[in-house]
Write a protein that binds this ligand. Structure first.
Ligand code: ZN
Length: 312
C-alpha cells in the first residue's frame, strides 16, 4: 500500500511517499516562524504533487496520512486544539482539502501517536502492541498503545499529556497552568530556568551560553562540570519518575524514549531502565526501556497504518 505522509511540526514540515514501512521519497522544508496553517497548506500541496508524480504506474495512492502537532479528532479528521501554533487550523477542513486538491481520502492523527505507531511497526516497539512513548525535547510528549490500538479517550487527549504528569506538586509553573509537570521540571524550555536557579551556575561553563540546550549540558557534564552534572542528574530523575508513572498508567511491556535528548542516550537510558526495574510495580516482569530507532521517519511510517482499519 502506498500512502502520502505528512508530518507537520512547529518548525518543519516533512512530506513523504511511503510504501508499507519503506519511505520511497521524502522532502522536508522549514516553516517561517508564526506561519499560519492556511499559509503552510499550499506549500505542503506543492510537495505532495511532486511526490505523487513518483508513484509507480499502475499503483494507486491510498490517501494522505497527516500527522499534526496538536490534539486531533482522528474519527472526523479534525484538528481540535493547537496550543498557540496554527491557531487557524481548527477552522480548516482537511477532508475537503484532500478531496478537492487531490481526490484522495485523508486520515489525521497526532504526531506523537504516529511516531509510536511507526516505532511499533518497524522500530523499537516492533512486535509489541502494548507500548508507550515518551519524547524528550523542547517539551515532553507522549502516546500510548494498548492491545495494538492507540489510546485516544473521549476527548482525544488520552496518552498525549504524559509531559504534564506531575512529579513535584510544589514545583515550577508549567505552560499548562499546573505546577511541577515533567515538562516544567526537565525539558528543553525549562532547562535554562533550572540552570539559572542553580547555586553553582555563576561558576559553571553553562553561564557563558546565551541559549542552553541538553546537548551542551550533557557534554559539559561528561567533562566534569559540577553544575551540569547536578542538573543532568536532576533531569534524569524527573524523567525516570515520569517513566514509572507512564508504566503505572498504561501497563505497557515496552517504553520507548525518543526526542533530541536521546542523542545522549548513553547517559540517560541505562538510568531510566534501572529506575524502572526498581520502582515500577509490574509483578508480571520487567518493562523494557528502549531508545526510539526511527527518528523523524517514525511518524511517516506510522501514517501508513492509519489506512489499516484495525489500528484506528
Ligand atoms: Zn504542565
Amino acid at each position: 500500500m502506498i500512502v502520502l505522509a505528512v508530518d507537520l511540526g512547529g518548525s518543519h514540515a516533512t512530506c513523504a511517499l511511503v510504501a508499507g514501512t519503506a519511505i520511497l521519497k521524502q522532502e522536508s522544508f522549514r516553516l517561517a516562524p508564526g506561519a499560519s496553517f492556511g499559509a503552510v497548506l499550499p506549500k505542503i500541496e506543492v510537495v505532495l504533487r511532486r511526490l505523487l508524480e513518483q508513484v509507480p504506474s499502475g499503483v494507486d495512492c491510498r490517501g494522505i496520512g497527516f500527522g499534526f502537532c496538536g490534539l486531533v479528532d482522528p474519527i472526523q479528521s479534525r484538528i481540535v486544539s493547537t496550543n498557540g501554533k496554527y491557531d487557524d487550523a481548527c477552522d480548516i477542513d482537511l477532508n475537503v482539502w484532500a478531496h478537492d486538491r487531490f481526490g484522495l481520502a485523508l486520515r489525521l492523527e497526532n504526531d506523537a501517536r504516529l511516531a509510536l505507531l511507526g516505532e511499533c511497526l518497524a522500530g523499537a516497539g516492533a512486535g509489541s502492541g502494548d507500548a508507550v512513548m515518551m519524547t524528550l525535547g523542547t517539551g515532553v510528549g507522549g502516546a500510548a498503545m494498548i492491545g495494538g490500538k492507540l489510546l485516544h479517550g473521549k476527548h482525544f487527549q488520552a496518552g498525549c499529556l504524559g509531559g504534564h504528569f506531575v512529579v513535584n506538586w510544589r514545583g515550577r509553573a508549567c505552560t499548562c497552568g499546573n505546577r511541577g509537570c515533567i515538562e516544567a521540571e526537565a525539558s528543553g524550555w525549562s532547562l535554562p530556568l533550572l540552570c539559572r536557579e542553580h547555586p553553582l551556575f555563576p561558576s559553571s561553563a553553562l553561564a557563558a551560553f546565551s541559549e542552553i540546550n541538553f546537548e551542551d549540558l550533557f557534554r559539559l557534564a561528561a567533562q566534569g562540570d559540577a553544575c551540569a552534572i547536578n542538573i543532568r542528574e536532576e533531569c534524569v530523575e524527573v524523567w525516570a519518575a515520569g517513566c514509572v508513572t507512564m508504566i503505572h498508567a498504561y501497563d505497557p511491556d515496552v517504553l520507548i524514549v525518543g526526542g533530541g535528548v536521546m542523542k545522549s542516550a548513553d547517559q540517560v537510558l541505562p538510568r531510566l531502565q534501572a529506575h524502572v526495574e526498581r520502582y515500577a510495580w509490574t509483578p508480571w516482569g520487567k518493562v523494557r526501556v528502549r531508545a526510539a530507532e526511527l527518528s523523524d521517519a517514525a511518524p511517516l511510517i506510522g501514517a501508513v497504518s492509519l489506512f489499516e482499519r484495525d489500528s484506528r
